[in-house]
Ligand binder design. Structure first.
Ligand code: G3I
Length: 468
């Protein structure tokens, strides 16, 4: 795949826009096909975060601290998203404006908001040639190297335990066909600066996933090949790297590559998770919507593609607002791109009728069957500091059931923030989750799943299950 390697923000030409529209229209036919696969009568998840969670993924957004006082912005953020990336507040110029003096107030506002609302945080970015404070721009050689290591160490230590993933190094490769490293003051400290940053980050926060993040690496090209070779080399030599972020800033000059999914997959095959980290797609209407659907389907098709983050909430929040590249318009209304994204996420989730495949293992029934309908439930948790996603599997006993209720208790301080495929009785303490209209009936031995997301610590005991 060859495409014009555009620096994020490059303006599209009219012809390129037309070409992208045609490509997108073709993709839209595929999108329709996927949507039609939804089970008849199924009530799909109604928010991006809940729909992504159905397949164990997150759906995130970049957040700017100065917008946390905007009620419309915060309303959408809290309703829709399960991961947050500070857009600028964790960068070197923001966190260490004077050498050795660290300021975290704005980044903390975002981290605290996320944690209070059950969202995870992607740290962005520890080492980058851009947005360096003036004092670092004026350093070179060993002085810059040691300042960089100190910066990585201090920031990752400060946020230790609060970060799901760190963009440890951002945009270290050059555009164009050379596959070379980008020239920068950091690069001139020696070719090993990237692995040194990763080792420092691991030492400072052993619990965070450590990612390399870049743009124009979304399809197979000289730049992504060079990143691929670096990741392969890091894995071979034991340099700590867990994930690769694909920024995915698209427009007509830099469209969604035809081999997007294949490229994500080849990185995943190296033994790293992959994530879409800064998604925005310039355009409008059905063409834009179709492209968003394509991106989501590519991620869902790669099991190690663990989440998608859009680079802002409303078009007016975008770093390239004139391209209207996001999922909500300036007033906070959902755009066709939103609907396409949600539909594509739901098409990958448990939207089909209950299967008749018995689960591999089920705990003994916690509510003995009174000679008739019975069920069991088991819960699997994806937890992080401050939050969790619980996936609950409900399995019918020896007889078919026409309805089920699962009971479980959340530890003190924990609360449900959203749920899917079941009706909860409340948000904290002892809770029941009842089947919805489309998933109450289960054949003998058949199972279905529902889930919920929450703040605090998830449930630990085996849930009860009663059937009718
Ligand atoms: O906060 C100041 C404000 O006080 C001042 O009046 C104004 C005047 O220009 O500037 C404001 O700072 C701007 C900042 O965004 C906050 O809005 C900076 O000038 C501007 O350069 C900065 O742009 C950010 C850009 O990174 C810088 O490289 C964008 O918001 C941010 O979305 C963008 O994000 C990057 C990712 O980190 C890496 N990948 C590409 C992506 C898009 O460029």
């Amino acid at each position: 795949m060859t495409h014009v390697p555009a620096r994020p923000g490059g303006r599209p030409t009219t012809r390129a826009r037309l070409r992208a529209t045609l490509v997108a229209a073709a993709a839209g036919v595929a999108a329709l096909g996927t949507t039609l696969a939804l089970a008849p009568g199924a009530s799909a998840a109604t928010t991006l975060g809940a729909s992504a969670a159905q397949t164990g993924r997150y759906f995130g957004t970049a957040v700017a601290a100065n917008k946390l006082s905007d009620a419309t912005y915060v309303g959408i953020l809290n309703r829709e998203f399960t991961m947050v990336t500070p857009e600028n507040e964790m960068k070197w110029d923001a966190t260490e404006p004077t050498q050795g003096q660290f300021t975290y107030a704005n980044a903390d506002r975002i981290v605290n908001h996320a944690r209070a609302n059950g969202m995870r945080v992607r740290g962005h970015a520890l080492a980058w040639h851009s947005q360096q404070p003036g004092w670092a721009q004026n350093l070179s050689g060993p002085a810059l190297r040691s300042a960089m290591v100190n910066h990585v160490t201090q920031v990752a230590t400060y946020y230790r335990g609060k970060i799901h993933s760190w963009d440890v190094v951002n945009e270290a490769f050059a555009d164009g066909g050379t596959g070379a490293r980008r020239d920068s003051n950091l690069q001139r400290t020696g070719n090993d600066w990237i692995e040194v940053a990763f080792r420092a980050a691991r030492a400072a926060d052993p619990t965070a996933k450590l990612c390399y993040n870049d743009y124009n690496t979304d399809g197979q090209n000289a730049k992504s090949n060079a990143v691929y070779a670096m990741v392969q080399d890091f894995k071979a030599r034991g340099v700590p790297i867990d994930c690769v972020g694909f920024q995915s800033h698209f427009n007509s000059a830099s469209p969604v590559p035809a081999d997007y999914q294949a490229n994500l997959q080849r990185f995943a095959n190296l033994g790293v998770d992959v994530q879409i980290t800064e998604l925005d797609i310039e355009g409008s209407g059905s063409a834009q919507a179709d492209n968003y659907g394509r991106v989501v389907r590519a991620c869902l098709a790669v099991s190690r593609c663990t989440g998608i983050t859009v680079w802002g909430i409303r078009d007016t929040d975008s770093w390239r607002a004139s391209g209207t590249p996001l999922l909500f318009d300036g007033s906070g209304n959902k755009k066709p791109a939103y609907t396409a994204t949600l539909d594509a996420l739901n098409a990958g989730g448990p939207t089909t009728p209950p299967t008749t495949t018995p689960p591999p293992t089920t705990p003994p029934p916690s509510t003995p069957p009174p000679g008739g309908a019975s069920c069991t439930a088991s819960v699997s948790l994806d937890s992080w500091t401050g939050g969790f996603v619980a996936t609950v599997r409900v399995t019918a006993g020896a007889s078919a059931v026409s309805g089920w209720t699962v009971g479980l208790t959340l530890p003190a301080g924990a609360a449900v923030t959203n749920s899917w495929n079941a009706q909860p009785s409340g948000t904290s303490g002892s809770l029941t989750f009842r089947n919805l209209s489309y998933n109450g009936q289960l054949g003998a031995g058949a199972s279905t799943t529902f889930g919920f997301q929450g703040t605090g610590v998830g449930p630990s005991a085996t849930p009860t299950c009663s059937a009718s």
